[in-house]
Structure formats: C-alpha cells, structure tokens
Design a binder for this molecule. Sequence first.
Ligand code: HEM
Length: 557
Amino acid sequence: MSRTARQLVAGFAILVGVLVLGTGIASAHATVESSSPTDGESLAACLSCEVSVTFNEAVSTLSGGLSVLNADGNHVDTGTSHVTNSRTVVTNIDGTLADGTYVATYRVLSADGHPVSGSFLFGVGSGSLDRSALPGASGDRLWNIIGGISRSIMYLAALLAAGVAFFLAFIHDHSADRWRIVPVVRIGSIVALLSAIGIVMSQAALLTGKGASAVTDTNVLRDVLNQNLGWSLALLMIGLAGVHLSTDITNKIASQSLALYGGLAVTVSFAVWGHATELSPRVVSLIADAIHATAAALWLGGLVGLVMVLTLRNADSVRSTAGIIGRFSRMAFWSVIALAVAGLTLTITGSNASLHSLVTTTWGQLVLAKIGLTLLVVLIAAWNRRTLVPALTTPPQADADDAAEHAVRWATLLRTVRAEALILVVIVGLTALLVNTPPARTAAVTTTARVAITKRVDTGSVELTVDPAIVGRNTVEARYTDGTGQPLNVANSMTIEFSQPAAGLEPITRQVPSTGPGNFVIEGNELSIPGTWTVTIAVRTGDFTEQRTSFEVPVHR
Ligand code: HEM
C-alpha cells in the first residue's frame, strides 16, 4: 500500500473511531413526544387497555412495533401493534393486568429510514415500580456503532471508486501508470459492497432487537430492503459494478460510459435513502443531494488520482503530466462550485434557513465544521491554481536553476494536494456522522416549535396540534373529546381553513376526512410563510348547524 493510501486509511479510521466512540452514533430521528401510560405512571387498573407511543414525525413498525412485557419477561399484549395518525404506535393489552410493573418497548422506523427504539415502565396497582425490569440498551448501541462505521466506510469507498474511475476515464492520459491506480477503483467497489452488508445487518438488528440473527430472518430482510434502503443499495450495486467494469474494458467509449453512468448511479444512490427524502421541498433536496455527492466524488477521486500520478511520476515528466494537472484543475473548479451550491441548499432545507438551529444543534455544528474544512481546502486549491499549476504546466527551461525550482514546485504540489485529499477524507468522516444525526430542522423543532392548543366547544373540547409549526410541511391534527376526555365522534369530515390576514393571504380551505372517532389529520405545505396563522376548523353537527373553532398558531421560519 502506498504512503498516501496508508495515510488516507489511517486518518479516516482514527477520525471515525474517535467520533463514533466518543460521541456515539445518534440513531434516533423520530423522537418520542408522549406515551400512554406515561413513563413511571401507575394505573389503578388495566382491563384490555391500550398502550401507545406518539412520535414527533411519521414512523412505521415493519418488523418492530410496540410490545408490553410483565416483570417476568412474558408478553401481556395481543402481539400486534399498529400505527395511527402516522405518528402513534398502539398495542392492546390481552385481558386484565395483575398488579405489578410492566415494560413497554418500541422499535419503529423513522420516515427518513433510521430505526428508533426505547422502553418505558408503568405500573398497575399501588405497589412501587421495579426499575430493574427495564432492559439495557447496550446491544442497540453496538449495532448503532456497527451501522455508523459501515456507513462511513461505504461513503469513502464508494466515493473513491466512483471518483477515481472518472479520473481514469476522463482526466488521466491512459499511460501505463493507470494500472497502479486501477486497484483503488476495484478495492473501493468491493469494500463499499461489503460495508453495505454491514448497513443492512445493523438496520435489521436495530429494527427487531434480535441482533445478528435478524439477518437470517427473511421477513426481517424483506422489511429492511423493501423500502428506500433497498432501492438505494440496488442502485449502489449497479453503479459499483459499472465503475469496476470500466477499469477492465479496453474500448475507450465503453469504459468512459461505464465510469460516468456507474459513478452517477453510485452517487445518486446516496440521495435515495436518508434525510433528503424527508426534507422540504423534497425535489430540491433530492436533486441537491445527488449533485452534492456527485461533485464530492469527482473532487475527492480527482485529488486522490492526482496524488497517485504525482507520486508515481517525477518532476521530469512534466510534459506528460501537464495535461492531467490542467484537466483536473478545471474539473475540480466546477466540482467545488457545484458541491458548495448543492451543500448550501441542503443546509438551508435541513435547517429551514435558521442560523440559530445551525449553531445550536449537533447537525448544524457538523455542517459548520464541514464548511470550515471545505473553505480550508478551497484556499489551498486556489493558491495551487494561481501559483503552482501555471508554472507546472509549462516545461522548465534547459538551465539547472529552472529545473531545480520546477522540482520544488512539483514536491510542493504533491504535498498540498495530499493535504487537500486528507482533509476531504476527514469531511467524509464527518458526513457519516451528519447523516446519522437528526437534521437541525427536526432537532430544533422538537424542543421549541410544536404548537398544541386546546379550546372548549359546546360538546366538550378540541385540541389542535401543529407539528412542527415551522414553514414548510406540517401535520395538523384536531382531536375532539367529551367532558371526560373520551374521543367524541363529531362528524365524518372537517373543513379546515388556513389564513394569515396580516400578510394579505387568501384563506386556503381543505376538506379533511376523519381518521378515527373525533380525530382529523392533514399533512401539507399550507403554512408557507412565517407569522401568526389563523387556523379555523369547522365540523357540521346537524343539517343546518356547524361548529367553528379558530386558533392563532405561531409559525416559525
Ligand atoms: C460547503 C461545504 C459543504 C456543505 C455546506 C455540506 C453540507 C452537506 C449537507 C447539509 C448534507 C446533508 C446531510 C444530511 O443528509 O443530513 C451533506 C451530505 C453529504 N456531503 Fe456535504 N457539505 C459540504 C462539503 C462536502 C465535502 C467537501 C464533501 C466530500 C468531499 C461532502 C460530502 C458529502 C456526502 C458524501 C454527503 C452525503 C450524501 C447523502 O448520503 O445523501 N460534503 N453535505
């Protein structure tokens, strides 16, 4: 292994190890908003009662779900759980619960593909709760770490395979030293493939809590792959096969096509699974993500290719190398612009353009660190481009001084390009953490922005929740209850009107069918600007009567 490769691998391993073990991988993206019973609550009695957990965003149960065990570890639920209102997981108790301590454990999949799990206790009767009944989370922590490390390795290996294949096909001069660079593509694609297996294993283990044995369960595997992750991995495999083959084929056009389209499949596969699929506006986020990852592959692969060329050749091969340096320099320039524009777009959609959330959330701080490091690389690259590249792309004069100066420039270019590549590798390591951290938009909102307002109406009360109550996609839910807190079947459908008179907006009216007794949920982008919105809900209670209730809802940027 060359010195550069050793440095890249060692730097990356240390970074990922320190970050993953030091900070832990935050797998939770949907967070628990409430549960029934609440954690630590003691119920007087439970006769076929319902246990539920409500999250701050949409979840699905797949192979997981919600289960309730008694202190001896035996199931007391009916064995099935389901999701209502897209955010609440519900299970029913089988018969009557004896006095004692019970553990409710949930395992769900967030809308962005991250498994979320946890447990809470409740009691029946007047005895004290037995806290030792709570299961430990060490198994999940291990699988979170395995998943995080696998994703880091997958990113680095796949970006290198795609980027170096492009370098060989379009930037390199096809001379004999290409065969010394080809192994990066081949090893990169195989390593990316193996790390993808690690990602699937960790998803299966986290979703079921059954550890490695979950991977041998075909139902679990089907659940794990039968979602965006499956599509993403399928594209990744096709792309990796393409870039691998591009290094075997002697026909130039065929080899270039495989490198180009294979590489694109690899980078687009990143966008198919992850935060971009849930950020708003979704199409903008998906396109920005694909462009960002493609530009990252071109830049990183190009730099690593160039480091290898400069290492394999010496300062005398300037004439043959000048073309490579020139082509790389032009490609890197446009890649950096595309990467920065797309990266900033993702930053805006991920944080809802809130500087505050960028500074206060882990996701935001990781993005700011990426921006700082990228600026550092850009500064080094700009200096190279202005000073070293023009001099290195013109052959030295015959005199010895000029040749010596040329050799110094060559060595300086090699050193600085190596430093640029190393910093990019560090950025890829940070990215693996970033994609495992709840985006600023969700993280900041969980603590600050969700709005819940309850009003009295003739028949009882109605609670309106707007989540996350920030500009963009929101879930608006109305729950009608009677005087004792039981759901009240008011009507089959509800009319909801969104208006912001201060901004001169025309009211937007929607018809919402009921999702259960007294329950109405609508998801959409109606709350499109910040400010105080008037949300009016109306249900028809008779042939000629309608019950209208208005709420003032603050919506943040
Ligand atoms: C201006 C500098 C940059 C900014 C603002 C930026 C921002 C972002 C953001 C916001 C995301 C989305 C994270 C998420 O899904 O939660 C992202 C993803 C990513 N970034 Fe960057 N980034 C920058 C530079 C770089 C560089 C230099 C590289 C590597 C050479 C890189 C590689 C990636 C990769 C591979 C992804 C993951 C794409 C995916 O899985 O969907 N970024 N970046």
